[in-house]
Ligand binder design. Structure first.
Ligand code: HH2
Length: 400
């Protein structure tokens, strides 16, 4: 025996989307299940963005990261203390980052709270949120599809199409057959520049549909008004979707609390009338995240049991803002509540591709796939069948 292999050695790249996939391949190689569990954790490489560290704190974060086998990228002048503050990008495996969290806990310079936050966030990576829809707990391990049904004369993509109760009901059935988990009925357009609609007019538009549909299918109601939310809740609505996050009419939260309904709070800068006039942010992801954290905490304080957060794609955002928000779903999921994304047929797709509203199917599906990969829990879409098919195929490929 020469010690040479009797067959030629070979090497090829493999790609893992999840620790579970890595574990499966390790088990196939013959790794003991316990060993596979331990090693699989090393495939979850993630990153955190930490803001406003003083040089002393940034130096400690760097040392702690390195001693844990992780990394912390900081401003080059941190070591000389020539900058007053530095942000840091902290990256490593789940194990390494939870060690960073542990080691920072108890330290000075504000690092104790940072350490606790890091530990909490690492622990929540594997958690799958749930949502109660018509009394049933739904595990959001794949996105719920929320089908859009606008009973308005002026919505940007389906305005005027489903105004009669019969047409609306037929469309609701169609959305369900296409695979919608929930049908989101709206009686007021919130497209840029849209006019205000009274509660009476909104009720006149949505009630016949909600009454007809809610008996058979879960219905969410897209409204900013407590009077509308209440009547729809009485008629059996399963969820309230409020693009003003309770700022227009705070009593919407009390209605959700009273009827035990999930409450979607969405970020919007300005109002539909003025939101697209030169929207600006210092850090769009941080600002939207802070807003959603505050509105979710407020709603829970009003007695709401389940809050869904939504960054409000297209609501006071430029193309770059919308792309940053879709890309940063994980930062929104950090808030510990389900995340909804409503990107469907919106103008950022037109800006990227030149496509008119009725030609944005492929772009909408692409955005849905990315949002889902980033961890979105609910997708609000017009084209349910196409989105469901794309998600099913993507999930099967990723799992295989
Ligand atoms: N977008 C629209 C309306 N409601 N609700 C949530 N939670 N998230 C969204 O992104 C969202 C929403 C706007 O889209 P659409 O309903 O199609 O148009 P219009 O407001 O013109 O009726």
């Amino acid at each position: 025996m020469t010690g040479d292999n009797d067959v030629p050695l070979s090497v090829r790249s493999v790609y893992f989307d999840s620790p579970a996939q890595a574990r499966e391949l390790m088990v196939a190689v013959g790794v003991a299940p316990r060993g596979a569990d331990i090693m699989a954790a090393k495939f979850t490489s993630r990153a955190f963005y930490v803001t406003n560290l003083r040089p002393a704190a940034a130096n400690i974060v760097k040392q702690v990261a390195l001693s844990s086998g992780a990394e912390a990228a900081v401003h080059r002048e941190v070591v000389t203390c020539r900058v007053a503050r530095s942000d840091a990008i902290l990256f490593g495996t789940a194990q390494q980052l939870s060690s960073v969290g542990r080691k920072l806990t108890g330290q000075d310079f504000g690092l104790d709270a940072l350490g606790r936050s890091i530990s909490r966030l690492v622990a929540s990576w594997e958690a799958v949120p749930e949502l109660t829809i018509n009394g049933k707990r739904r595990r959001l391990d794949k996105p719920l599809l929320v089908g859009v049904l606008n009973v308005t004369p002026d919505s940007f993509s389906d305005g005027g199409e489903f105004n009669s109760p019969q047409a609306a009901l037929a469309r609701a059935r169609e959305l369900r057959e296409e695979g919608a988990d929930v049908v989101d009925v709206g009686g007021e357009s919130t497209r840029p520049g849209a006019a205000y609609v009274s509660a009476d007019e909104e009720l006149r538009r949505v009630m016949p549909v909600v009454e007809a549909v809610a008996a058979d299918y879960p219905v969410s109601v897209d409204t900013r008004k407590a009077a509308v939310a209440r009547k729809c809740a009485e008629a059996g609505a399963a969820m309230i979707n409020d693009v003003s996050a309770g700022r227009d009419d705070p009593a919407v939260a009390a209605v959700c609390a009273e009827f035990g309904l999930p409450y979607v709070v969405m970020h919007m800068k300005g109002t539909p009338a003025d939101m697209q006039q030169d929207p600006r942010y210092d850090d769009v992801v941080a600002e939207v995240r802070d807003f959603l954290a505050a509105r979710a905490a407020w709603a829970e304080g009003e007695g709401v049991k389940e809050v869904v957060v939504d960054p409000g794609i297209g609501f006071g955002k430029t193309l770059e803002h919308n792309l940053a928000l879709i890309n940063n779903v994980p930062a929104l999921a950090d808030l510990g509540r389900p995340v909804m994304i409503g990107h469907s047929r919106k103008s950022f797709i037109g800006k990227l591709t030149g496509a008119a509203v009725d030609g944005r199917l492929a772009g909408s599906v692409a955005a849905a796939l990315v949002a889902a990969r980033r961890g979105a829990h609910l997708l609000r879409v017009h084209d349910v069948a196409a989105t469901a098919q794309a998600l099913a195929v993507a999930a099967a490929v990723v799992r295989s």
